[in-house]
Design a protein. Sequence first.
Lengths: 95, 258
Amino acid sequence: MTGPMIPIWEVFIRSRNGLAHKHVGSLHAADATLALQAARDLYTRRGEGLSIWVVPSQAITASDPADKGMMFEPAASKIYRHPTFYEVPEEVGHM
Amino acid sequence: MGIGSICVAETPLLRFILRRADDALILGHRLSEWCGHAPMMEEDMALANMGLDLIGQARLLYAYAAEVEAAGRDEDAYAYLRDVRGYGNLLLLEQPNGDFARTMLRQFLYSAFIDPYWRALAGSADATLAAIAAKAEKESAYHLRHAAEWVLRLGDGTAESHVRAQTAVDELWPFTGEMFEVDASERGLIDAGVGVDPEPLRRTFHETVSRVLVQATLTTPQGGWMQKGGRNGYHSEHLGHLLSELQYMQRAFPGAIW
């Protein structure tokens, strides 16, 4: 039954307030409503989340692994882009 | 070898608790039978989750029954060592799973009743029952939503799924009357503010059921003859088979743990 007729959805969970939704996996579901319920049943059984997003996998445009060198390697030599040259005051909390 | 059944001296309160516990355990066991057999992995998990919710409710209620009876038993004794006649669950819940539509319609009809029932019982004068009901209501609210979504898709799906869903509605409908049954034993508890009168919930139940069934292009049966007996231990032939599987280990190896 989980043939090509049933679309795949990507699941994003926000574990607590203030954090971003994070990709946790994917699932099969016939439509968005059922995808949301399946996500709840598959990915929040142990109290992992406060909020769920489901996105049709087809809606995601992904980078090509073959472009890895061109896309990501130039960033490797620019250490000045890392915010490691100053200290974050404790009052700022999670960033 | 093996072990016989226990004899529970039922007071109205104990009977009330055991009936609700039996409902949860029997439906929870039925849902567990789907484990590894559901039409897709996602639904396999959903059914097992609902089954675990129900078995969790049963455990809380059996534990409270043990406290009320004060005969030195634990929750397992009620689940594993009572025979068919000792069980007071609704006949609806022991009906076999059948196809997926039948399982979902059974879940939908029960959830449409038990969700407002738990909500009402959360106001019980009995603090333990009120706490259990408040916890169970959050679970039954989700069961209702999940089952209703499937009823919509099965009823308004293909010609095949429509026929299966309508057949399930028609075959299960005669078991819905029992949900509103009140005997003298429960009447006293209702008057004392401990139990819940199901009669005012009838309207909520019918509104929920007809709203979903209409949207699912399914026909809601009107009235008709209603089967009763489960609350007093008169069960269909299916419960004995279910209990033989559920109880076999504890009957053959009393007190076995692993």
